[in-house]
Design a protein around this ligand. Structure first.
Ligand SMILES: NC(=O)c1ccc[n+]([C@@H]2O[C@H](COP(=O)([O-])OP(=O)(O)OC[C@H]3O[C@@H](n4cnc5c(N)ncnc54)[C@H](O)[C@@H]3O)[C@@H](O)[C@H]2O)c1
Length: 250
């Protein structure tokens, strides 16, 4: 087991990528704080982990609100005794052009997608430093932060910021033995904010198929475990090669 007796907080663990991260970490021996604003979805993940013999608890916290995040981290420490791993997975997308995106849309996407990673990392890192035994943080970015997209202006900006937030956080937490990295997915399971997998969703990559949530979860496990002990401040593409290929067909 790669994460035996470690305590992991996984945000957005009620569906798709976060759900599979929580379940995979549990099979590797971690105790899981399942964080999701949608109680029904979060509870489903908790129940699945418990049914498989693991330990998990639901926290229906809005990760974009500092006071709520601070209280949740405290509650997790009360329940499990410590925090060793954090996966910053929550995001929402605007799916809008600059002309459609309102100021409110912009603020909402930035707050939930970007500021949430700052808040979660701040309060969890404080706890990890107090414990004195280090830890690992894995952020979830997106290829939308590395290319211009015709229909996602705020989300693209937030995800670009996450790439360098990850590097800055890695530099600042390395002295505390906290290793920070990110994965950069493209087209994994259902689209962000949606329940259903659409097999007709256009996919431009070398493998000519969408990714499975478990394939993203395995990359996150790699970065959260000692298998990646010499990797720090990295943005790891989990995208079927889409960023490595010429999209113009030449
Ligand atoms: N699905 C993809 O194809 C894809 C592609 C690139 C990047 N990503 C990234 O992967 C991550 C996960 O994507 P997904 O498609 O699995 O997401 P999803 O929309 O399926 O699930 C996100 C979960 O987060 C929860 N959530 C939303 N706002 C919250 C808040 N404020 N506080 C707490 N919980 C909240 C939702 O209830 C939901 O269960 C995101 O960071 C996303 O940007 C996904």
């Amino acid at each position: 087991m790669k994460l035996k007796d470690q305590v992991a907080i996984v945000t957005g663990a009620g569906r798709n990528i976060g759900e599979d991260v929580a379940k995979l970490f549990a099979t590797e021996g971690a105790k899981i704080a399942v964080v999701d604003l949608d109680k029904a979805r979060g509870q489903r993940t908790v129940d699945a982990i418990k049914a498989a013999g693991g330990d998990a608890e639901l926290y229906a916290t809005d990760v974009s609100k500092g006071a709520d995040v601070a209280a949740m981290v405290k509650a997790v420490v009360g329940r499990f005794g410590r925090v060793d791993l954090l996966v910053n997975n929550v995001a929402i997308s605007d799916n809008k052009t600059i002309f459609e995106c309102t100021e409110e849309d912009w603020d909402r996407v930035m707050t939930i997608t970007l500021k949430s990673q700052f808040l979660m990392s701040k309060y969890v890192a404080q706890q990890m430093v107090a414990q004195g035994s280090g830890g690992k943080i894995v952020n979830v970015g997106s290829t939308s932060g590395w290319q211009g997209r015709p229909r996602a202006i705020a989300y693209s900006a937030a995800k670009a910021a996450i790439a360098n937030f990850t590097r800055a956080l890695a530099v600042q937490l390395a002295p505390h033995n906290i290793r920070v990295n990110a994965i950069v997915p493209n087209k994994i399971g259902s689209p962000v904010g949606k329940d259903d997998f659409d097999p007709t969703r256009p996919v431009e990559n070398m493998l000519k198929r969408a990714g499975q949530p478990l394939e993203a979860a395995k990359a996150i496990l790699f970065l959260a475990s000692d298998d990646s002990s010499f990797i720090i401040g990295e943005n790891l593409f989990v995208d079927g090669g889409t960023m490595a290929m010429d999209q113009t067909g030449h």
